[in-house]
Design a protein around this ligand. Structure first.
Ligand code: G3H
Length: 298
């Protein structure tokens, strides 16, 4: 097994139980710490913090040239995987001008092999132009375009079969949260992914509560942590302990340069999927570098 990344090492060190601690929940905490330590050892090599920038339907050749230039000039911590997702038509421009330090994602892909599917882009075509990732199940695809769970799950299976890595998005609507259905909704969306994914090593899960996307109403660190931990437990029960302990679960929804550090401190928040703030190079770099909060306190 490869040596743990320095992030994993620092988390491992932080996760070690303190012998002088005599809190009444000590045994419970000890159990959690051990579970966490195992998770981090198993994450070796793939356990980096992860930040994706979803540019959505924004940008022009000119503005993207400036954004790429700002990203190329940014100093990024080594313990973070960084990915940006331009609109399809700019992927080639970004691939040819962006530093290799940052990988490139599509925001969607077709469900299967290309052919007579007007307006679609296939996984094979994305791979052909050097695109490494695809975002699937984003709430704007689910709720604006009308993609359903099974369609999204099948897209994930096909994209993975073509060696695209997948950011698999889940998240509840405001009315679903208010009705106490957050976990039910997220687990149902997870099941559709799990029914179609056999190998999770190239998958990152993005929890994005719909009420927090583009609204400025960020989930509190506690709200996000609660769902991330529940999704991890769901994976343990329904997929495997190994997947639960290794897959990265990132948060999306009004993340910005000011709120990222507090979110990053939470144990089960392994990074971010950023919309609006990813259009500003320096802000996006600050969010990527919030991994430093994780190192100190996780
Ligand atoms: O994919 C990103 C999410 O939709 C978050 O967007 P936002 O950061 O603009 O709220």
């Amino acid at each position: 097994m490869a040596a743990p990344s320095s992030l994993a090492s620092s988390r491992l060190a932080a996760a070690a139980p303190a012998p002088q601690h005599h809190h009444q929940n000590h045994q419970l905490r000890l159990g959690c710490s051990r579970r966490r330590a195992q998770r981090l050892v198993a994450m070796a090599g793939s356990g980096k913090f992860f930040v994706g920038g979803n540019w959505k339907c924004n940008g022009t050749k000119e503005s993207i040239t400036k954004l790429v230039s700002d990203l190329n000039a940014a100093t990024l911590e080594s313990d973070v995987d960084v990915v940006v997702a331009p609109p399809f038509i700019y992927i080639d421009q970004v691939k040819s001008s962006l530093t290799d330090r940052i990988e490139v994602s599509a925001q969607n892909t077709w469900i299967g092999k290309g052919g007579a599917f007007t307006g679609e882009i296939s996984a094979e075509q994305l791979v052909d132009i050097g695109c490494q990732w695809v975002i699937l199940g984003h709430s704007e695809r689910r709720h604006v375009i009308g993609e359903d769970d099974q369609f999204i799950g099948k897209k994930a299976a096909y994209a993975l079969s073509q060696n695209l890595k997948v950011m698999a998005c889940i998240g509840e609507l405001l009315e679903e949260r208010e009705a106490g259905k957050t976990f039910d909704v997220c687990f149902k969306q997870m099941k559709a992914f799990a029914d179609n994914i056999t190998d999770w090593k190239n998958v990152v899960i993005a929890y994005e509560p719909v009420w927090a996307i583009g609204t400025g109403k960020v989930a509190s660190p506690e709200q996000a942590q609660e769902v991330h931990a529940a999704v991890r437990d769901w994976l343990k029960t329904n997929v495997s302990a190994d997947v639960a302990s290794t897959v990265r679960i990132i948060y999306g929804g009004s993340v910005n340069a000011a709120n990222c550090a507090e979110l990053a401190k939470k144990e089960d928040i392994d990074g971010f999927l950023v919309g609006g703030a990813s259009l500003k190079g320096p802000d996006f770099a600050t969010i990527c570098n919030s991994v430093t909060s994780k190192k100190v306190t996780a």
